[in-house]
Design a protein around this ligand. Structure first.
Ligand code: UDX
Length: 445
């Protein structure tokens, strides 16, 4: 089957490459000529483990190609995936102008039956809008179907999520459209992945409700962490004790400096907005948004406490991306942290394994960028771990200590066992674990 994927950003690129790997013939379209030229040279514009290999493999096999020419790619395809950006407008609603433009182009080029699939996270009701636009532009000349097929890809493990999803959600109005989708996802069906077949609105809602719930889980544990600090409990033990209850589950119970990224902040705001547009109030989502702002704001005072003031201090910040294994800086909690440190008079020496170039334009000019964690620590008065990169779990503590002027680690991701870091001579401050560990022979927090 010939497939056209419009939008070669994160979602479009992963979807296109994986579908080509399923044996489909895929054309990836993007209006950014530089991006397409780079992709044709085999250069992947985003950091995603494994993606480069499968793009290369499928380009070589002739199943994956890239173009800026939307019209011919639509005309050739049986299924057109819309995976363009839906950036938030100032009022929090998703900007659907790119989706609308693609729908117009599909209407203009509807030469036979096509399935039009919204892959981008779109507000409930977008499927209807796409249907209307395609119908108007095509003059009702051909049959087509609009399908909602939300993605649940996590950055950093997107390929794994694509090949081994917990479920595939398909929202469609006709069996004919469902059948096309089942053909596309045949390898997943064969692998026993559950399929949820719904109407378009339910499918769109599943995406928002899932992300809203996951964001709630993170904010919940972040609030529990704050409470743990106050009552003298250890949030890691509490999270384990909670997570062993099957009804709760252990995932997404890691406290930290707040959630960021391209999905959770945008989607939770959109849920609140959708509720408002329907005259409702989604009170829990409002609280999650509020809690996430507060947890981000708590971090700089926490660091200031550990450093005993920030004026004139040098802080080594490890990790800038919104989470590990990505170069994505969108809504990264590291941004307000670094801004706050600089505003309080600290010098920041920052390192991130992938996101430095993306971070540069977003962070204060005064930040010094370093080539690894040890370079960042050189001459600093302490380390702040802001992102859960795996490589920060295995720092050579002795080497780190020798580079720092003071043996201090503020671990905002709880990557370390307090006892181990204390044994290495560090003063260690983490999240939701009230017993700040004193340095050997050192003072208490
Ligand atoms: C998310 C969803 O997981 C995915 O299904 C959806 O399609 C897109 O949004 P992503 O944004 O890539 O994926 O990252 P995810 O791993 O979910 O983490 C989101 C944010 O929450 C990160 O800032 C992360 O550090 C934070 N987080 C996650 C926590 O603070 N604690 C956790 O327990 C889990």
């Amino acid at each position: 089957m010939k497939i056209c994927v419009v939008g070669s950003g994160y979602v479009g690129l992963v979807t296109g490459a994986c579908l080509a790997d399923f044996g489909m013939t895929v054309t990836g379209v993007d209006k950014d000529a530089d991006k397409i030229a780079a992709l044709e040279r085999g250069e992947i514009p985003i950091y995603e483990p494994g993606l480069e290999e499968i793009v290369e493999k499928n380009v070589r096999a002739g199943r994956l190609s890239f173009t800026t020419e939307l019209a011919p790619a639509i005309r050739e395809a049986r299924a057109v995936f819309i995976a363009v950006g839906t950036p938030p407008l100032p009022d929090g609603r998703a900007d659907l102008s790119f989706v609308r433009q693609v729908a117009e182009a599909i209407g203009d080029n509807l030469n036979d039956y096509k399935v039009v699939i919204t892959k981008s996270t779109v507000p409930v009701g977008t499927g209807q809008m796409v249907e209307r636009v395609v119908r108007e532009r095509s003059g009702g000349s051909q049959e087509f179907a609009v399908v909602s097929n939300p993605e649940f890809l996590r950055e950093g493990s997107a390929l794994e999520d694509f090949y081994r999803p917990d479920r595939v959600v398909i929202g469609a109005r006709t069996q004919r459209a469902v059948d096309v989708m089942l053909e596309i996802y045949a390898p997943l069906k064969a692998a026993g992945v559950p399929f949820v077949i719904a109407n378009v609105e339910s499918s769109e809602m599943i995406k928002y409700a899932s992300n809203g719930f996951l964001a709630t889980k993170i904010s919940f544990i972040n609030e529990v962490a704050e409470l743990c600090e106050a009552v003298g409990a250890d949030v890691e033990v509490v999270a384990r004790g909670m997570g062993l209850d099957n009804r709760i589950g252990p995932k997404f119970l890691h406290p930290g400096p707040g959630f960021g990224g391209s999905c959770f902040p945008k989607d939770t705001r959109a849920v609140a907005q959708i509720a408002e547009e329907h005259g409702l109030r989604f009170a829990i989502i409002d609280a999650v948004l509020d809690a996430n702002e507060r947890v981000k704001q708590r971090m700089v005072p926490k660091i200031a406490g550990a450093f005993d003031g920030l004026e004139g201090r040098t802080v080594a910040v490890l990790g800038l991306a919104f989470k590990g294994d990505t170069d994505d800086m969108r809504e990264s909690p590291a941004i307000p942290i670094v801004e706050g440190l600089v505003a309080a008079g600290a010098r920041v020496r920052a390192f991130d394994p992938a996101a430095i170039e993306q971070a540069r334009p977003l962070l204060p000019e005064a930040v010094t960028y370093c080539y690894d964690a040890y370079d960042a620590a050189r001459g600093a008065d302490g380390v702040v771990i802001a992102t859960e990169w795996n490589q920060f779990r295995a720092l050579e503590l002795e080497r780190l200590r020798q580079l720092l002027t003071r043996p201090l680690i503020v671990d905002l991701r709880n990557l370390y066992e307090p006892e181990r870091v204390a044994a290495a001579g560090f003063h260690y401050v983490s999240v939701g674990r009230s017993q700040a560990t004193p340095a050997v022979g050192g003072e208490r927090a």
